[in-house]
Design a protein around this ligand. Sequence first.
Ligand SMILES: [Zn+2]
Ligand SMILES: [Zn+2]
Length: 426
Amino acid sequence: MTFQALRGTSDLLAGELARWEAVERTVRRLARRYGYQELRTPVIEDAALFSRSVGETSNIVQKEMFRFEDRGGREIVLRPEGTAAVVRAYLEHHLHKTQGFAKLFYLGPMFRAERPQAGRMRQFHQFGVEAVGSSSPWLDAEVITLCLEMLKACGLTDASLLLASMGCRADQAKSAERLRKRLAPHRAELCKDCQSRFDKNVFRVLDCKNPTCREIVWSEKRSPFVLCAECEAHFAQVKRALADVGIAFNESAVFARGLDYYTRTVFEVRSSRLGAQDAVTAGGRYDHLVKELGGPDVGAIGFAAGIERLLMAVHGGTPSDAADDHRAGIYVAVARPDLLAGGFSLVQRLRRRGVTALMDYEGRSLKAQFREADDARCQWVAILGEQELKTQSVTVKDLAQGSQRTIALDAFVEEAAQGVKAACHR
Ligand SMILES: [Zn+2]
Ligand SMILES: [Zn+2]
């Protein structure tokens, strides 16, 4: 009997992981540059957190959550998205009192029971940014700018930004009426889900994945959203701020975020390398969520990006941080198996000084050890033979240049450690 990873989940092995680590490094570096601090929340949460925030009628809550009752009879879910948990943590740790305004980011797995397909997994991974505690339109511009910079730094070259404003709650009531009127002639053609969404939450029809529903929705290019004067001014300021820093956007498209909490600015980033339905990133303002989850009446905005989809869109292109195919580290090779002890003590000395050091413990031939050093992309092979052991020295071969020299053991360890130190300060 053998086991396989569950459908919609996958293992990440070293080769692919390098691209993931590059994304993670890029996200952390840029988030900090913009003053955002990392937040790590648990993978399991109270199910009610998501029905209260994402919404009872959303696809996520209705169909996609991994939900179970724990031994104490509590309704638990594997988190399907990040925003609700970030706001929960913001309130639980009283950041609204101690900091007021909080700029946070996260990285981690999310879970949705969808039909698995390319770029859409049941355990998928997101990074996201949330600025909680302000309604300033400048913040919308900052979050969108940060989002695009992160994607670009991860290697996405064809990002296109879709921008809309869904208005405030009062505007949304009017927009819903307008959208119902627009869709009414096609009501019978909509899918079964959308038939019921039509009355309960008509915006849901906008992000239905059914092809017929999409065709009906996209046949109308004008935005269904009506904005009051304040929301109009807010949106105008967001667009001005983006234009000022040279960010192009497209606001003619019809789209809405399928989560209940969105208000005012919503945005998506798409790539031509993904299908038309799949955004790399989605985000927006959620000015009522903090209050609805029991906190003060403050605005917030954020976005989340799918790492699997981003890597698909980058498609073999190497994120800038991952471009380190150069050789590094030291392979300690021993001429005979009885010299393993000397080799082991040398790799440990090197590792303790911060140097990457590898060796073989199987007593293989020198030739086999050299092959392994090459496969591991090591820069040097440090050979320990009987002669070297006697004179407390080591013969070092540079695999990149082919040169070779013999040097005192202590001097070698010191030189390697200084080299690492210099590399870290470059
Ligand atoms: Zn409004
Ligand atoms: Zn539908």
